[in-house]
Design a binder for this molecule. Structure first.
Ligand code: HEM
Length: 211
């Protein structure tokens, strides 16, 4: 038997689709810039175009991110990201065991989706890490690279600009890996496309036997 829960309000769906599209543009133009070193050279996109597209997408992403944070502060969606530090570690182990073997043996989902709790502990933990640690770091370091005059000149003799660049590239890399794993875990709903459908319709469909 399956039942439906309205878990993804319109604003979160709009934020998410824009965020995902911008992310793809940022990854492609970011990789492109990484492998070209002068104005007219080209890897995927010509260097000067890659810079312009990257800056524009990043500015829209930042604006979109501010809407996401304000939306989560003002609406009840933010409650889904609240972590209970006393129990999260044990919950993560239970969820991890489910993903490692329980899932393949047809066990029931240890944290079924409800209106008050749409994320499992692992999802919640990773979303908080990506959205409230990774995103601010990549945005702030990006602003530092866009406006080098406001960036710290040197830290222990090492150029502040180089350190900011390393931080930006490293966090960008981890967020890209997050996106790939995120897309895979989104295939683990009742059926492979159920969760993708949820992010379009707003309704989470669960198969009571499984999820
Ligand atoms: C093509 C790329 C992407 C696809 C196909 C995708 C797919 C999905 C799907 C199906 C969901 C609903 C299932 C769930 O609640 O976990 C979801 C939720 C979510 N995704 Fe993505 N995603 C993509 C990119 C991203 C990126 C780049 C980020 C952040 C950097 C992100 C962050 C989130 C967050 C925070 C949620 C939960 C939103 C909420 O309900 O409050 N996603 N994604």
């Amino acid at each position: 038997m399956s039942h439906k829960l309205y878990l993804y309000p319109k604003w979160i769906r709009a934020w998410h689709i824009l965020n995902a599209l911008l992310f793809i543009i940022l990854i492609i133009t970011g990789i492109s810039m990484q492998y070209t070193d002068n104005i007219t050279s080209k890897f995927i996109v010509r260097f000067d175009r890659a810079v312009a597209m990257h800056n524009f997408a990043a500015a829209v992403l930042t604006f979109n991110y501010i809407i996401y944070v304000i939306g989560n502060v003002l609406t009840k969606n933010g409650a889904h990201y609240k972590i209970n530090r006393k129990i999260i570690f044990n919950q993560l182990i239970v969820q991890f065991k489910y993903y490692a073997w329980g899932m393949f043996k047809g066990h029931k989902h240890p944290f079924p989706v409800t209106e008050d709790s749409k994320f499992n502990p692992l999802q919640k933990f990773v979303y908080v890490l990506a959205m409230y640690v990774g995103m601010p770091l990549v945005i702030i370091s990006g602003i530092g690279l866009l406006f080098p005059e406001i960036t710290v000149k040197a830290i222990f003799g090492v150029s502040g600009l180089i350190l900011t660049d390393v931080l930006h590239i490293t966090v960008g890399f981890f967020l890209s890996i997050f996106m790939i794993i995120h897309i895979y875990t989104c295939t683990l709903g009742a059926k492979p496309f159920t969760l993708f459908k949820s992010m379009i319709t707003g309704y989470h469909e669960s198969d009571e036997d499984k999820h």
